[in-house]
Design a protein around this ligand. Structure first.
Ligand SMILES: NC(=O)c1ccc[n+]([C@@H]2O[C@H](COP(=O)([O-])OP(=O)(O)OC[C@H]3O[C@@H](n4cnc5c(N)ncnc54)[C@H](OP(=O)(O)O)[C@@H]3O)[C@@H](O)[C@H]2O)c1
Length: 228
């Protein structure tokens, strides 16, 4: 694949490295103000990891330029309906996820199943705990929000409170704690380094351009098929 990497930060660098390791070509590395037709001319697909304030403008621009795009930027999902419509109208696809790791994706699907099984059973209570490095700006993490939404869709009558911890250099740990009298079940995902997110984003890019797709898709659809 010929990839344009948008956002030259920690994740952008990890994506470039992972893409090259897998034999793909990084044809552009684009920073703030650099998203022009010329910059993406050689790209079959763009992978965007920037900041919440820049993501919507970048995604609108990439749709206008007709470039299939994978975005891992968090904190812009209120605008997903408009952004998805822009990609739909442009006739190209967008894959988005707050977490491009395969393990966290599996955890989300398992959490949905746990929620469905716990629904209507007052014996259980459950909560989420997420821990990230001290420089992470948003809280709760996009992944914790996603887990919570999945649980509440499966089990609407229960609250799933989230506790966020910030400190050190932790790349990201998410726990779903399920409690019942005398017992506890913990579903935990630990990211050991950010290369897992980069590899997942490259996998999503491959899926996105394997056949013509238009509109917005979540990462889960690209790996496991549509949500149940
Ligand atoms: N989905 C996932 O799996 C996943 C995993 C980890 C992180 N994330 C998310 O990914 C995003 C980036 O994380 P990060 O750790 O890479 O952050 P980072 O190191 O702070 O990098 C952000 C980069 O975006 C650049 N930027 C800002 N505005 C831009 C624009 N308009 N066009 C192009 N580039 C622009 C910044 O450039 P300047 O420094 O020049 O401003 C910086 O290089 C965050 O939202 C984070 O929450 C998602």
């Amino acid at each position: 694949m010929k990839i344009a990497v948008v956002g030259p930060g920690r994740m952008g660098r990890a994506v470039s490295e992972s893409a090259r390791e897998s034999g793909h070509e990084v044809v552009a590395e684009i920073g703030a103000g650099g998203l022009s037709p010329d910059a993406v001319r050689k790209a079959e697909v763009a992978i965007e990891f920037t900041v919440p304030e820049a993501a919507c403008r970048n995604l609108e621009r990439l749709a206008e330029l007709g470039v299939p795009t994978v975005t891992g930027t968090t904190g812009w999902y209120d605008a997903l309906p408009e952004i998805g419509a822009a990609f739909e109208a442009a006739g190209v696809g967008l894959v988005y996820a707050p977490n491009f790791s395969l393990g966290a994706l599996l955890m989300t699907r398992l959490a949905g199943e746990a929620g469905r099984l716990m629904a209507g059973r007052p014996e259980f209570s459950a909560w989420l705990v997420e821990t990230h490095h001290a420089r992470k700006l948003d809280a709760p993490s996009g992944t914790a929000e996603r887990l919570r939404r999945t649980l509440r869709e499966a089990d609407p009558d229960r609250d799933y409170p989230v506790t966020s911890l910030r400190g050190g250099t932790v790349p990201g740990t998410h726990e779903l704690v399920i409690d019942a009298a005398g017992e506890e079940l913990v579903l935990r995902h630990t990211a050991r380094d950010r290369s897992i997110f980069a590899r997942g984003a490259v996998l999503a890019a491959q899926w996105l351009i394997a056949e013509p797709r238009r509109g917005a898709f979540d990462f889960g659809t690209s790996i496991f098929g549509p949500n149940p």
